[in-house]
Design a protein around this ligand. Structure first.
Ligand SMILES: [Zn+2]
Length: 321
């Protein structure tokens, strides 16, 4: 989809998602003499061939891509690097925290699932091998990816068109958004998920509530005419983007209010809090949503507002009164 003469947006493929929103991310291409891709999406199931074909219909040749700017290291955002980097020779940029994940599949697996620690069994249930196989299949059998240049945020990159790297932690510690000043366009990655969420996307073991909220505040203050998320549709018009971020900020504050209210009546396990706050969540989204609640509980624990106790083998959360 053409956003402007220079910016092109390609939606992730629905059938390659675990569930609406999860997996198969959107890919954005900046058309210049030194063409840029923002994330590379999936390869499995012909996803990359489709992307190439759709881009070709817009007059873009993905083999001419000179740079890949990664928002972060998750499998659905980096798998296409095995073509765009390894075959087309594009240079890869990412934050140092994401670099160590992109360059090691083991680190990637840990960061997505195992780093949840003692909550693994409660959140995921199935043995880790099940998820290893699933992610190996969906993410593709890439190996040997490398990040050539690291970005900490604030860098102005010149690809014939200026791109500003913006450090936007919350979803992951090294998450980056990219601003194209001449277009007033922001490539937002997973700082929110407009398909399955209503606020900051804090669905993995390295998500941070205060960082996610600070990022939304920071982005809300930017001059944005086009917001391009990795999951969901573009949002156009300054007023619409502002209204979107107002809503995301309000809902993200609501995460804390909801969890606190849930614990004010009775002590509860993570599973009980999840069932109370998010009844009817599809099974395939359960792990992600439980991790989001856990992100909030860990924040409240750091603040001294809740405590965690082991009772009869169960991990029980209590409000400190
Ligand atoms: Zn992600």
């Amino acid at each position: 989809m053409k956003i402007s003469d220079r910016v092109y947006f390609y939606k992730g493929r629905e059938e390659l998602k675990l569930v609406r929103g999860v997996g198969s991310c959107n890919v954005i291409v900046l058309k210049t003499d030194r063409q840029v891709m923002f994330d590379t999406g999936l390869v499995v199931g012909g996803a990359f061939s489709d992307l190439s074909r759709n881009a070709a219909a817009d007059g873009l040749d993905l083999s001419r891509t000179r740079a890949i700017l990664h928002t972060h290291s998750h499998w659905d955002h980096i798998s296409g690097d095995c073509i765009v980097q390894s075959k087309y020779g594009a240079k890869v940029y990412a934050h140092p925290w994401e670099k160590q994940i992109i360059e090691s599949r083991e680190a990637a697996f840990k960061a997505l699932l195992l780093d949840i620690g003692e909550f693994y069994k409660e959140v995921f249930g199935s043995p880790a091998i099940v998820y290893r196989v699933l992610l190996w299949y969906l993410g593709g059998s890439y190996s040997g990816l490398r990040v050539d240049e690291t970005l900490k945020g604030g860098e102005e990159l010149d690809f014939g068109v200026r791109v500003v790297a913006c450090h936007t932690p919350g979803h992951s510690p090294g998450h980056m958004a990219y601003y194209i000043p001449d277009e007033k366009a922001l490539i937002g990655g997973d700082l929110t998920d407009l398909e399955t969420g209503s606020g900051a996307d804090l669905n993995n073991p390295h998500s941070s509530y205060p960082d996610g909220l600070a990022t939304l505040d920071k982005v809300r203050a930017m001059d944005i005419e086009v917001f391009l998320p990795a999951h969901g549709d573009p949002v156009r018009g300054k007023d619409n983007v502002r209204a979107l971020f107002d809503r995301l900020i309000k809902n993200t504050h609501g995460y804390v209010t909801d969890v606190t209210r849930c614990l004010s009546g009775r002590d509860a396990t993570l599973t009980e809090i999840f069932s109370t706050l998010m009844p009817g969540t599809p099974f395939s989204l359960k792990g992600m949503k439980m991790m989001q609640i856990l992100t909030i509980l860990k924040y409240l624990q750091e603040q001294g507002k809740v405590a965690l106790q082991k009772e009869e083998g169960k991990l029980v959360w209590k409000l400190n009164r």
